[in-house]
Write a protein that binds this ligand. Sequence first.
Ligand code: UDP
Length: 351
Amino acid sequence: MILITGAAGYIGSHSAIDFIKSGYDVVILDNLSVGHIEIIERLKTFAKFAKGNLVDFIKGDTRDTETLDKLFETYKIDAVVHFAANSLVNESVTNPSKYYNNNVSGSISLLDAMMKHNVKKIVFSSTCATYGEPEYVPIDEKHPQKPVNPYGNSKLAMEFAIKDYSHAYGLKYTIFRYFNVIGADSENVSGEWHDIETHLVPNILKADENKVFNLFGTDYDTKDGTCVRDYIDVCDLARAHTMAYEYLQNNESTIINLGTGDGQSVKEIFSAVENTLNVKVPLKICGRREGDPAKLIANNSKAREVLKWQSETPLNISVKNAANWEKVLKTLQNATNEAQKASENGEEKKL
Ligand code: UDP
């Protein structure tokens, strides 16, 4: 059985979908501080018709050692796929305590519980933010790691901890460093749902006549002056985690970038959304957003060679799935708002 932490969130939920689709039984731990119970409900419905099972959802925190002990005593967990974390760069700058507490203390508590209960495999979500300002692109796994914000620091701290636990206690790991994740599964079981949305694709999709899309910076040293990123589909990314789990059964620990190996500018993504959906999105050109490097592109040879993984989903499909998800999301948010209003008025309404 696989334990997935943070599976009520965007990437974790897609990983749960992939594991369950592949026939694995999954237990989810999520404190719902960032994730949403509605996603768990949708995962449960999805799992009813899938090969594997969603065996249990435990609302709990990785820092809660009692919950962890109980979980590891109840279920025979073979490996942990660990997503639970906060991931807003700006917030990490103003509130580092939250990031060190959740991303570092929480993860250490999880590692200790794993060691105590003899669970010796982990797939860990790290980030290209651990590289900091790139010294060269495409960025390979040997690129120096000099994060420029507390979020990146918290993830790098955990990379060190995982390596040290591996050396001392025999923990086997795959550390993934993600580039920019986009899209949604084609059945729209899940998708991006952040209470504060900062990401490019959902922000373009959310723009309408009342809310323009703000494009940050057109004076970068790139092909068209806007920032270049490596946008990888969330389902392709999720599949890599299932492959990493299988890889760890018979192979040694490894660290792998997950990206397409291709760079797209903000303007290119903007046009891709307009063209794919045949819409005109209201646009405002703004100044640079603080802390945005000009170019981040993955060298993904290691993922292809070691894991035999490659990204498969074309950009227009990621955009279509993300756009469909936005419609689902509106319905979910309306239902949540109505339920909240009803409960404020003393009525009870089922979500
Ligand atoms: N971006 C933008 N408008 C937005 C959100 C993002 O112009 O509303 C730009 C951002 O400045 C960056 C790129 O899109 O150059 C990707 O940003 P995102 O927040 O999606 O990912 P990041 O690379 O920061 O992790």
